[in-house]
Design a protein around this ligand. Structure first.
Ligand code: SF4
Length: 400
């Protein structure tokens, strides 16, 4: 990018130097995607390989990860935060997990925060132990979704509520200090009483972090087809918002801070890794479907696990899309991501990160969003209102 060049965006001249402070930052976060799952959940459109399809792929996948890491990771990179996501990382075999630890150690050892996602049903001490010993796992993220058996069945999940409690105990026995629990709302047939029950059951396990998502019906999934066929009835947006409001009130009453639209944490226990995404800072992503954000360029790997492996085997990397982020686009994304957090859009920080004063650049959008009651100001900062939190996607559309 050339700092001298200028472009016009929505009628406003924007120096192409905008966004460069962010682009010049060195990445300090590492995401590693492990696609294997015991089976595919009917609502899931993540880049996963159900175990039956993944059999035989593990050794090639790990070899591809190693080759990709050598090609992709910048010289001198040491991760401050590491996130092993998927998929279900702990679906790897024991040998696979040991190999994963060995291949990540040069970049990941000594990281301040290491998170691993796990399925409550299939997590075993012998699976978690090598990750704890080899990488120093500090957080376990459990896909509980619900503690109501009929809702777990509706989601096609095969774990039981008691599996989540067992997995939490296991993590604590192995000395993992942080536990995050994922909950889902707007599950077909879910009532407000079910939501309260799920939040209370999660709180009873004393997690330090809770993530809450609305069920979505992604094209190509069985859930999407069933909804179109009328076999599944989705909740109306108003009901979803009320459920999210219920969760918010209950978690806040329990001392949790609602620090990002979908995320709650006890004081001092926020996810440091996700903060990198929310501040639009660079990061390294490895594995199928993983994105990297390096030097102002966003790279997206092939989603399909086999296509990823074959591409790396052929050419050392598996980039399906490469996008040099235009400064104006980057500025808009950064604003949207900031607004999703409880800190909101902080003009000083934004100026430091992007070279742009958001109050001037977004004056029209912020005026409109304020008029609609979706954002408000808190001191110098612009933050979402309660209504804005419920309609965060609409705020995103306005800014992006
Ligand atoms: S366990 Fe998670 S990643 Fe795996 S199929 Fe189910 S929702 Fe998708």
């Amino acid at each position: 990018m050339h700092a001298q060049a200028r472009e016009n965006f929505s009628g406003r001249a924007l120096s192409l130097a905008a966004g460069l402070p962010l682009c010049r930052r060195r990445p300090r976060a590492l995401y590693v995607h492990l696609p294997f799952c015991a089976r595919r959940c009917p609502y899931c459109d993540f880049a996963v390989a159900p175990w039956r399809e993944g059999v035989g792929l593990e050794a090639r996948y790990l070899a591809a990860l190693e080759a990709e890491a050598r090609a992709r990771v910048p010289a001198g990179f040491r991760a401050r935060t590491v996130y092993l996501g998927g998929g279900t990382p702990t679906e790897l075999t024991l040998d696979g997990l040991r190999r994963l630890v060995d291949l990540l150690r040069p970049w990941a050892s000594g990281a301040a925060e290491v998170t691993v996602e796990a399925n409550p049903r299939t997590l075993l001490p012998r699976k978690l132990a090598p990750l704890v010993e080899g990488l120093g796992v500090t957080r376990l993220s459990l896909g509980a979704q619900s503690f109501t058996p009929r809702l777990l069945e509706a989601l096609g999940r095969f774990h039981r509520p008691e599996d989540v409690a067992r997995a939490v105990r296991l993590a604590r026995d192995l000395g993992v200090p942080g536990v995050s629990i994922d909950l889902m709302v707007a599950i077909p047939g879910q009532t407000p009483a079910d939501v309260e029950h799920d939040v209370d059951a999660a709180l009873a396990l004393e997690p330090d972090h809770v993530s809450v998502y609305c069920l979505t019906y992604e094209p190509g999934t069985p859930y999407h087809r069933q909804r179109r066929a009328g076999a599944l009835v989705a909740h109306r947006p108003g009901a979803e918002a009320r459920m999210l409001g219920l969760v918010r009130r209950r978690l806040r009453a329990a001392g949790f801070e609602h620090y990002e639209v979908s995320n709650y944490a006890l004081p001092g226990r926020r996810s440091r890794h996700n903060r990198v995404y929310w501040r639009n800072h660079p990061y390294v992503g490895l594995g199928n479907g993983a994105a990297s954000h390096l030097g102002g360029v966003r790279l997206m790997n092939h989603r399909d696990p086999l296509a990823y492996v074959e591409a790396v085997e052929r050419g050392g990397e598996a980039v399906a899309e490469r996008e040099a982020l235009e400064p104006a686009r980057k500025v808009r994304e950064t604003a949207y991501l900031a607004l999703r957090t409880s800190r909101g859009l902080d003009p000083g920080r934004f100026l430091r990160d992007t070279g742009v004063d958001p109050r001037a650049f977004f004056s029209d959008e912020l005026a409109r969003l304020t008029e609609l009651g979706l954002v408000t100001t808190r001191g110098q900062r612009v933050v979402l209102t309660g209504r804005g939190v419920s309609l965060a996607d609409a705020v995103g559309r306005e800014l992006l």
